[in-house]
Ligand binder design. Structure first.
Ligand code: JFZ
Length: 423
């Protein structure tokens, strides 16, 4: 299978839901609590008895993700704390053996498939319970056991749950943050690990966080274009250090902001993986639920502008809140069609400049209604008129523009030419 073939569903999707769920969810202070509060492993392990997610919680995640318009999910099968949400022959510290005594990963995989979603698994290589992670030179046997555990558990995840569409590693960095990705790959023997994964799951997409390049880059808390490969930008709805349930969490991004990030990712031809941190019982808190539902409602009418989008040359804000010479918003594109995603509705007349490609037809994507326009081929100005005075969609209104060819940006040979322009 070629890279393009493997990436097909991923490009089509553009939007996924990340789920951080583990013992840290019970504490409500984020997924780094064990380390940041230096809680000794035996004491931390006691939390497992209280890990009792409500039956059916995985179904709730899948249904919520689907209603949000996501096409895939990624679940933390095991975060840095080392607690597995799956049954493992290589660990007793799992949800299958303790607390609820259920294989949450199995429930999740089944729920995702039932909802028509692609299945992504997150696996943290590092495990804070191993002294050999922090001090590999001092505790070489522990380091060896840690790497062996990663091989054994990744093999289990790639063997026991049918087709897995996406594998997202994390936690390959060294505890002193001294080294770079090639050194991480050496530490974890990642080339061999990933060869095993591809043997077991030939169609799988793998991120670059084990230290080898693989298929996708996964920048955090920002949306940006890929430097080398296809990009999936991941982000929290609340603050950045709170992927896991954080009970008192300030600074929730608004539905408008989240949507702007999604559109920005689509504009760059990449994906947006938006995180939720379920409550101790596995339910999704209202602050997250409401925002996902709002994004889902918008996608229902406007997904054509997002799925399988290609990057667009026309002038448009490349970042939410940044005025890149186009005050209204960014463009996405599919072949000869441009989708002008307007966050700041201009009123009855919308003006785009430096449009070099002839325009054939202008409609509002959500309604299909056609609007009159004038395109001046000499200066590249596109003026759309007769539009509603108020924004048709309070989150973002999409004007669909059909061009005669791939829309291109017009360069201004003389930057002052517009001042005394006459047509
Ligand atoms: C990691 C985790 O430590 C964190 O808890 C969360 O799971 C997140 C999705 O991933 O944090 C990272 C990983 C990589 C970078 C930054 C934070 N990075 O590449 O910049």
């Amino acid at each position: 299978m070629t890279y393009e073939e493997r990436m097909k569903w991923f490009n089509e999707a553009r939007f996924g839901i990340y789920i951080h769920f583990g013992l840290y969810s019970l504490l409500g202070r984020g997924e780094w609590t064990m380390y940041s509060e230096r809680i000794p492993a035996p004491e931390y392990a006691k939390l497992a008895d209280s890990f009792l997610p409500a039956p059916g919680c995985a179904k709730e995640w899948a249904e919520t993700a689907r209603a949000a318009g996501a096409k895939y999910m990624v679940l933390t099968t095991r975060h840095h704390e080392g607690f597995c949400l799956f049954d493992s022959k290589y660990s007793d510290f799992t949800s299958a053996k303790l607390g609820c005594k259920r294989d949450i990963v199995r429930e999740y995989v089944e729920a995702a498939r039932a909802a028509g979603l692609k299945v992504g698994l997150y696996y943290s290589l590092l495990d804070w319970r191993f002294p050999g992670y922090f001090e590999p030179e001092k505790y070489p046997e522990s380091k060896q056991a840690l790497v062996q555990q990663a091989f054994d558990q990744v093999r289990e995840l790639m063997t026991n749950y049918g087709q897995i569409d996406l594998l997202e590693y994390d936690g390959a960095w060294d505890a002193r943050y001294q080294f770079r990705r090639p050194e991480w790959a050496k530490f974890w023997n990642s080339a061999e690990l990933n060869a095993m994964v591809r043997e077991l799951q030939p169609q799988i997409i793998i991120n670059d966080r084990s230290g080898t390049d693989e298929d996708i880059e996964t920048p955090e808390q920002v949306v940006r274009a890929g430097q080398q490969r296809m990009t999936e930008s991941c982000m929290c709805i609340g603050d950045s250090c709170a992927w896991g349930y954080t009970r008192f969490n300030p600074n929730w991004k608004s539905a408008e902001q989240l949507l702007q990030y999604l559109i920005q990712a689509a504009q760059l031809g990449g994906n947006y993986l938006l995180n939720i941190g379920p409550c101790p019982d596995g339910s999704i808190r209202n602050e997250e639920l409401e925002r996902l539902q709002a994004v889902g409602r918008w996608l229902k009418d406007n997904e054509e502008a997002i799925r399988n989008s290609q990057s667009c040359d026309l002038i448009g804000a490349s970042q939410p809140g940044i005025i890149d010479l186009n005050l209204q918003g960014p463009w996405t594109r599919k072949d000869n069609v441009g989708y002008w995603c307007i966050f700041r509705w201009p009123g009855k007349v919308a003006t785009a400049v430096k449009v070099a490609t002839p325009v054939k037809k202008v409609t509002l994507l959500a309604t299909g209604r056609e609007y009159p326009f004038v395109w001046d081929k000499n200066n590249g100005k596109l003026t759309i008129s007769g539009l509603p005075a108020l924004p048709p969609d309070p989150l973002a209104s999409v004007i669909k523009v059909e061009f005669d060819g791939i829309p291109r940006r017009m360069e201004e040979a003389d930057l002052s030419s517009w001042i005394n322009y006459q047509n």
